[in-house]
Ligand binder design. Structure first.
Ligand code: KG4
Ligand code: ZN
Length: 330
């Protein structure tokens, strides 16, 4: 069966086609980052309007690249939430309109399930069960994953998500949106011995996180600094921020691996693209003898392939998942 996926929860319009037997057929993405950059973050109304402009041309593109006609689509998966309401509504309307016109069922997908399953699109996918670390702009969660739809939350952030901490700290340093890649880039030339930032909840005996204090610590350094921060000061502070965040995430992941007795750690979400985090996790995995899996870089941040794939997996596991009613609900 062929499943079309539609993602529009934030500032990326993503469409993709997945065959339940052979995998990804095609995918196309339009990122609105350049449009939002001048505002320092995502403007919801602009995001919704741009999704409207991009969705149908991207649909044509994925059909063309997969060399199929839309009549070959068997079901349409779309991001039901969480996300920006107006942006979600565009994707849901495109998916459900198409479903109703073609007489094909719709599969509403939780955005986080899309991220969580995205590493399974890789050429060497992990086998179930595994521990999942989901680190995105909106969420930071550790989960135990037994199979499709079998997810147990072990812990999550009590305040800011890891990506949010990246974005907010980057703004404090005068870096452009999105802050994750920007901070990571300048941190490469930072001196780690200049600043030491707190590692919130490092020793808490649970799997929860807290990143708002880390962001406030960056703010305190910026405020107390006499005059403007030089480019090297910014790099040093970015390095201290990244080191603190990576230390906490690596420690929590290692602890979750130890407690679960599982041997596979699977990373998902935009922050999973981070070079320093990957290096920290790889080092811990080598030392503690577990394996770590990542999504392809292009599938770390929001994309349609993960939604089409999650829809295909759900359909395969239980064909009754597909619905013919309009199931939009944020
Ligand atoms: O998963 P995603 O595309 O959207 C959400 O569902 O939230 O994640 C976006 C987040 C942003 O906060 C962005 O700054 C962060 O992922 N991000 C990164 C990197 N690439 C994206 N953070 C750190 N390093 C990166 N290379
Ligand atoms: Zn996302």
């Amino acid at each position: 069966m062929i499943v079309l996926g539609v993602e529009s929860s934030c500032d990326e319009t993503g469409l993709a086609l997945v065959d339940t037997e052979t995998g990804l057929l095609s995918h196309a993405l339009y990122s609105q980052i350049a449009m939002h950059q001048e505002y320092g973050g995502v403007v919801p109304e602009l995001a919704s309007r741009d999704h409207i402009r991009r969705a149908l041309p991207l649909l044509e593109q994925v059909l063309r690249e997969a060399k199929i006609d839309k009549s070959a689509i068997d079901a349409i998966a779309y991001t039901q939430g969480p996300g920006l309401a107006g942006a979600l509504l565009v994707g849901a309307s495109v998916a459900c309109g198409l479903g109703l016109a073609l007489g094909k069922p719709m599969i509403p997908i939780h955005h986080l399930e899309g991220h969580l399953l995205s590493p399974l699109l890789a050429s060497k996918p992990p086998k179930f069960p595994f521990i999942s670390l989901l680190v995105s702009g909106g969420h930071t969660q550790l989960m135990r994953v037994e199979g499709i739809g079998q997810y147990t939350l072990l812990g999550e952030t009590l305040d800011d998500a890891a990506g949010e901490a990246f974005d907010k700290s980057a703004k404090l340093l005068g870096l452009s949106y999105p802050g994750g890649p920007a901070i990571s880039r300048i941190a490469e030339s930072g001196d780690p011995s200049v600043y030491t930032l707190p590692r919130p909840m490092l020793h808490s005996k649970d799997f929860n996180f807290s990143f708002s204090g880390l962001k406030t610590a960056v703010l305190t350094v910026v405020k107390n600094h006499p005059g403007e921060l030089s480019e090297q000061d910014k790099a040093n502070l970015a390095r201290a921020f990244v080191d603190a965040l990576v230390d906490v995430i690596v420690a929590k992941c290692s602890s979750a691996m130890r407690h679960s007795g599982l041997k596979r750690l699977v990373i998902a979400g935009g922050v999973g693209a981070n070079t320093q985090l990957r290096a920290g996790l790889n080092a811990a995995a080598a030392k503690k003898r577990f394996e770590v899996y990542y999504p392809e870089l292009e599938f770390c941040t929001d994309n349609g392939a993960m939604i089409a794939f999650a829809g295909a997996m759900r359909l395969k596991a239980d064909p009754a998942q597909a619905q013919c009613d309009y199931a939009f609900n944020v």
